[in-house]
Design a protein around this ligand. Structure first.
Ligand code: 5GP
Ligand code: MG
Ligand code: MG
Length: 184
């Protein structure tokens, strides 16, 4: 869905479809340069990273294996619980492989720190992260995020894979919701 299909639910658009696609193209170029000649496994974090993975991976000029993990940290609300559970693990062994985690957003960084530690314990050749969005709070934790699409203000955003109570993932843009959506 487009911003114009949102009625009064959208407060403002933070990133347009074009801005997102242009930035993903730049990140993909960097990734291809950095990993030239290397085998890389792209690990998408469900469900938020579905759009980033779809668009980023299709921009790449050679075949990359993709796998998915599902972890829970937020429930249906807007605050991080700090508790991470694996809902779906990787299908394959990652020992000796270069792993690139593909994320939608790094907010507190709690989920990602946990995920990096978890994957690192499996003996990969390397673990790096590509996230479309990063919020200021993420800077407070010691997190190495190699590829960042956009640094955004500390606001709850939806769209392009990001949900509020499982809604709005299919919005093409990234934006904030109007107050009445939360109070209804
Ligand atoms: P963190 O652990 O870094 O605080 O956030 C982990 C997860 O919380 C993200 O992968 C994402 O699913 C969710 N999250 C964090 N910030 C936002 C936000 O602004 N909007 C939405 N929809 N989800 C968020
Ligand atoms: Mg995520
Ligand atoms: Mg969510």
């Amino acid at each position: 869905m487009d911003a114009s299909d949102m009625g009064t639910d959208l407060e403002k658009v933070l990133l347009t479809e074009e801005q997102i696609q242009n930035r993903l193209n730049e990140l993909a170029e960097q990734i291809e340069t950095d990993y030239a000649g290397q085998d890389v496994l792209l690990v998408g974090v469900l469900k938020g990273a579905i759009m980033v993975m779809a668009d980023l991976s299709r921009t790449l000029h050679r075949s990359y294996e993709t796998d998915w993990m599902a972890v829970s940290s937020y429930g249906s609300g807007t605050k991080s619980s700090g508790v991470v559970r694996i809902l779906k693990d990787l299908d394959r062994d990652i020992s000796g492989r270069h792993v690139l985690i593909v994320e939608d957003i790094v907010d507190s960084g709690l989920t990602l720190s946990w995920l990096i530690a978890n994957l690192s314990s499996r003996g990969p050749a390397s673990v790096e992260v590509c996230t479309l969005l990063r919020k200021p709070d993420a800077m407070k934790v010691d997190l190495k995020v190699r590829y960042v699409g956009f640094d955004i203000p500390n606001e709850f955003v939806v769209g392009y894979g990001l949900d509020y109570a499982e809604q709005y993932r299919n919005l093409r843009v990234v934006g904030t919701l109007a107050e009445h959506v939360y109070s209804s």
